[in-house]
Design a protein around this ligand. Structure first.
Ligand code: FES
Length: 109
């Protein structure tokens, strides 16, 4: 089996995807949209337990073959999903508006 060139890790646990902590976001619709985005680009989606950066919820990590994973936080509105879609589809550098959502991965001990 050939692994996809792009994989998305979508955090859904104690903070990401939590309607009590983040009301006003349709988390199920967001995950469905991320699956659509991935599917249209041949990417795979994995739903993850807490990625240890809860202060940045909702968190999505984009793994592009041959590159370091790109971590994005505060993924809540349609605009950031649009930006993710365009970047995954077209490649190239991270668009400036998406760059605003970039976060650092948690420090490893
Ligand atoms: S629940 Fe997503 S980083 Fe903790």
């Amino acid at each position: 089996m050939i692994s996809p060139a792009v994989r998305l890790t979508v955090c859904r646990d104690c903070c990401c995807g939590n309607a009590t902590k983040h009301p006003g976001v349709d988390h199920d619709a967001q995950l469905a949209r991320l699956r659509e985005i991935a599917g249209a680009s041949g990417a795979a989606v994995t739903v993850s337990d807490c990625l240890d950066v809860c202060e940045h919820a909702n968190v999505v990590v984009v793994h592009r073959r041959g590159e370091r994973p790109a971590w994005f936080g505060f993924v809540k509105g349609d605009g950031v999903l649009d930006d993710l879609h365009e970047w995954i589809k077209n490649g190239g550098p991270v668009p400036d508006t998406l760059e605003l959502h970039r976060i650092s991965p948690p420090a490893r001990s």
